[in-house]
Design a protein around this ligand. Structure first.
Ligand code: ADP
Length: 461
């Protein structure tokens, strides 16, 4: 692959991740281009780029960011060399990756073919099996007929989890404890998946009781070199969506870490993976791990990995997309040993949601916004400033707070102090809830599993 130096990068996204991408570019001396919808006319991300253009006139707020042809035509017109898709929106859209490359614009991510092999959970499970990595017992293919589901239930018993093959963000997922829930769950998961992803295919997995969610960050170049950046523990979830993440995990031994990271590299290697990606596993109570999916993109929680390794993952994404090998002096990862971890990092997602009202999103003007700062604190904010308008059109992530300390306890104390320092008025947030989570004895033990929030209703007080 020919190397090229990017002069201008467009972030085909909004909010904190667009700003995160612009910062990475600016530090590399690369120009930045923002796109924004009508509804985002006053959003901060558009002011953080060198250039910004309105897109999606007359389209819905979400569809504005999904207009593949419009976005590529704009990029061509503005001499953009590469597009970073962030997470969500077009980040896992193989057609978008393909069309970017066909237009001579580099897509900062894996190839369309890799996306197709990994973006679909059923296909990804097959990749893992071929790589010799354990998967949760499940159906090999999507369920076509009710009888297939009932046979699976007979063989494996309940509970069973019904999952959308194209699923993400916890959508299109149902847990079934009996035949009735299974049959009804398949129907409702199918229609939810069809509406959310345009693909109704669902498959079944045994539902593991109270597992931990551990994921491994990987990075590949275009020459077949692959490294990992250790793991993140993302077990603290609400409705199967991550709330607090930390690195490293406190519940695996160094031997397990080596095994997990090796398994992640095997899966990535199976498809010759390029760019940054995350291999997700569930860990059961006996310490067995099972692959669940691979996300072929940067993730919300990448900050904690950056903090324990000192690596700038978004810049690494850009540099490998320029065609540089990992050993290039600018990337400087000649081998796995070049990546070390130090200390502990925790990330909390501050959202404009009301925990007292079942986490319903809240909207309005931020009458006051004073953030935290100080040693060990990193903030990645979206549209967060006094006077900002929080609209109902997009996800409710306001600011990601990451803390770093030499020990997990210290990182937790810094996080607590940092959350206490925030003053946000005018719109409700989940800060008090997050404080309850990160001061809870089970959390401080590092022992949370995915049932933690459900099992502790007192966290909502
Ligand atoms: P999504 O792509 O929607 O995020 P995932 O497959 O990554 O879905 O799963 C999200 C979460 O759902 C996991 O972290 C875990 O909490 C739960 N989950 C998924 N599969 C299982 C399973 N087989 N058993 C128990 N929990 C599961």
């Amino acid at each position: 692959m020919a190397q090229r130096k990017f002069r201008k990068i467009m972030a085909a996204n909004r909010g904190e991740i667009a700003i995160r991408i612009f910062r990475a570019c600016t530090e590399l001396g690369i120009g930045t281009v923002a796109i924004y919808s009508e509804e985002d006319k006053l959003s901060l991300h558009r002011y953080k780029a060198d250039e910004a253009y309105l897109i999606g006139k007359g389209k819905s707020p979400i569809d504005a960011y999904l207009g593949i042809d419009e976005i590529i035509a704009l990029a061509l017109k503005r001499d953009v060399d590469a597009i970073h898709p962030g997470y969500g929106f077009l980040s896992e859209n193989a057609e978008f990756a393909e069309k970017c490359e066909a237009a001579g614009i580099a897509f900062i991510g894996p190839t369309a073919e890799m996306q197709r092999r990994l973006g679909d959970k059923v296909a990804a499970r097959k990749v893992a099996v071929a790589a010799g990595v354990p998967v949760v017992p499940g159906t090999e293919d999507p369920i076509e007929h009710e009888e297939e589901a009932l046979i699976f239930a007979k063989n494996y018993g309940y509970p069973i989890i019904i999952k959308a093959a194209a699923g993400g963000g916890g959508r299109g997922m149902r847990v079934a404890n009996n035949r009735k829930e299974l049959v009804e769950g398949i129907a409702s998961a199918r229609s939810e998946a069809k509406a959310a992803f345009g693909n109704a295919a669902v498959f079944l997995e045994r539902y593991l009781e109270n597992p931990k969610h551990i994921e491994v960050q990987v990075l590949g170049d275009s020459f077949g070199n692959l490294v990992h950046f250790f793991e993140r523990d993302c077990s603290i979830q609400r409705r199967h969506q991550k709330v607090v993440e930390f690195a490293p995990s406190l519940c695996i031994t160094p031997e397990m870490r080596e095994e997990l990271c090796a398994a992640a590299l095997k899966i990535a290697g199976q498809v010759g993976y390029r760019n940054a990606g995350t291999v997700e596993f569930l860990l059961d109570q006996e310490g067995n791990f099972y692959f669940i999916e691979m996300n072929p993109r940067i993730q919300v929680e990448h900050t904690v990995t950056e903090m324990i390794t000192g690596r700038n993952l978004v810049q690494d994404q850009i540099l490998v997309a320029e065609g540089k090998p990992l050993s290039d002096p600018e990337i400087n990862i000649p081998n796995q040993d070049a990546i070390k971890m130090w200390g502990h990092a925790i990330q909390c997602r501050i959202t404009t949601e009301d925990p007292a009202n079942n986490f319903a999103p809240d909207f309005g003007i931020l009458k006051a916004y004073r953030s935290s700062a100080g040693f060990g604190v990193r903030l990645d904010a979206g549209n967060a400033f006094t006077g900002a308008q929080i609209t109902p059109h997009y996800d409710s992530l306001l600011v990601k707070v990451s803390s770093w300390g030499l020990t997990f306890e210290e990182a937790s104390r810094i996080m607590h102090r940092s959350l206490q320092e925030f003053r946000i008025r005018g719109v409700k947030t989940n800060i008090a809830f997050l404080e309850n989570v990160i001061t809870h004895p089970v959390f401080l033990n590092g022992k949370c599993d995915t049932s933690f929030i459900d099992k502790h209703p007192e966290l909502l007080k």
